[in-house]
Design a protein around this ligand. Structure first.
Ligand code: PLP
Length: 417
């Protein structure tokens, strides 16, 4: 049996426990939704205040040079690059994940121009909707089809009709983790290019884009990178493509020399050409604080230590849910093999998942709900304690045992679930 005391002991001996101090988390809340919005790094407040009062307020437009604003997409990009196995200068922070997907998928299809037999973009049916919507639109504008298959069938669906494969490494709904190395090499064997969405992996799953020989990657700043609501996203392009790839949003910030104000567009060398317009500096300041909270794990083992703790946390949650009474009818939708899941555990409640999630929030346990029946618990190893997992599952038991989810007010659907 797993006891609360044994979880407290695991926290006491956890070499990563001190990293939680980096975050301002409210008392009385068990926050298990860092897969949607990462917690607030304590450093953000002062850094943003300086950026506002000194850089913007006092130094005004000069800050583009004196405060290094113009370099920030690259500086923060280089920090994220360290977390995903990319080299300096290969990864830029810019735009949103959706927009970056539009840019890189278009670039990938343009690289396949002339390969007339290639008529499809291949993706997973259960991919995140924005990825599917953008992929369908890009495929259509190249006269191609978006072909959707089950997550398990991606490799066997590859053939020479595929121009590009577009996958999210960790599924937003189930937390299932794709084998990036195997899928990338299988795709390359049939001549397809691969675009990886790292929204649910960057900062929590060790990723090695160069070792996997991926072609393009994009990802979110506001989840495990703790960059704040609507934080800018990132884009990575393999160096073999970066100097030849062309992206459709040819804005001035992707120009080789924006301040030459030339009439003709001339793309910057490398991934910098994937920028479009003026970077959102205040958001970049917050994102840099967030990325620094992940890099702070370096002295205690970095991404591999974070992954080990993440696996321990998700394993604990699954074990505790398994011990709950069968009559609660909960099922674990996340793969039980730790090598096949990211840092979240998804629980299926057959009929009232939304209400259960709301009743948990009323008890101070914050997870979220995804249609049609999934309650998600994200377990960022930077700030989640073993005892949080233990307590959360006791609250799940309480909500179900006492039928708290039946309360009228838990039925009211908010816009964001
Ligand atoms: C896999 C995946 N891609 C993309 C997004 C969101 O993209 P955007 O930041 O452009 O809204 C999400 C958001 O949860 C996501 O889970």
């Amino acid at each position: 049996v797993i006891t609360r005391e044994s979880c407290l002991e695991r926290d006491r001996v956890d070499p990563l426990a001190g990293l939680r101090e980096q975050f301002a988390l409210p008392d009385g809340v068990i926050y298990l939704d860092g897969n949607s919005l990462g917690a607030l790094p304590r450093s953000v407040d002062a850094r943003l205040r300086d950026a506002v009062t000194e850089d913007w307020g006092r130094d005004l437009v000069l800050s583009w040079n004196t405060a290094g604003w113009i370099e920030m997409p690259q500086v923060v990009g280089d920090k994220i690059a360290r977390l995903v196995g990319a080299g300096p200068g290969e990864l830029m922070v810019t735009d949103s994940t959706s927009i970056n997907l539009y840019k890189v998928l278009t670039a990938a299809l343009r690289l396949q121009v002339g390969a007339t037999r290639r008529t499809t973009v291949l993706s997973e049916r259960d991919n995140f909707p924005t990825d599917l919507y953008i992929a369908a639109s890009v495929a259509r504008s190249h006269g191609m089809d978006l072909r959707l298959v089950d997550g398990d069938d991606v490799e066997q669906s590859l053939d020479e009709s595929v121009a590009a494969v577009m996958l999210t490494q960790v599924n937003y709904r189930t937390g299932r983790l794709h084998d990036m190395d195997a899928i990338t090499s299988a795709a390359h064997r049939v001549g397809a290019l691969v675009v990886w969405d790292l929204a649910h992996s960057a900062g929590v799953v060790p990723v090695d884009l160069i070792a996997a020989d991926a072609d393009f990657a994009i990802g979110c700043g506001y989840k495990y990178l703790n960059g704040g609501p609507g934080a800018p996203a990132f884009v990575w392009v393999h160096p073999r493509h970066a100097a030849v790839a062309s992206q459709p949003l040819s804005g001035w910030m992707g120009h080789d020399d924006p301040f030459a104000f030339m009439t003709e567009y001339r793309p910057a060398a490398g991934t910098a050409r994937f920028q479009c317009g003026t970077p959102p500096i205040l958001s970049l300041v917050a994102l840099e604080c967030g990325v620094d909270t992940v890099l702070a794990a370096d002295p205690v083992g970095g991404m591999h230590a974070l992954r080990a703790k993440s696996v321990a946390l998700t394993t604990l949650l699954i074990e505790l849910v398994d011990q709950l009474d069968d009559e609660f009818a909960l099922t674990v939708a996340t793969p039980r093999d730790p090598g096949r899941r990211g840092s979240q555990v998804s629980i299926l409640h057959p009929s009232h998942g939304y209400e259960v999630k709301e009743a948990l929030i009323a008890r101070g346990v914050i997870g979220d709900f995804r249609q049609p029946d999934i309650i998600r618990f994200g377990l960022p190893p930077l700030y989640t304690r073993f005892v949080d997992v233990y307590d959360a599952v006791q609250h799940v038991r309480g909500v179900l045992e006492l039928g708290e989810w039946r309360d009228e007010r838990h039925r009211v659907r908010a816009r964001v679930t």
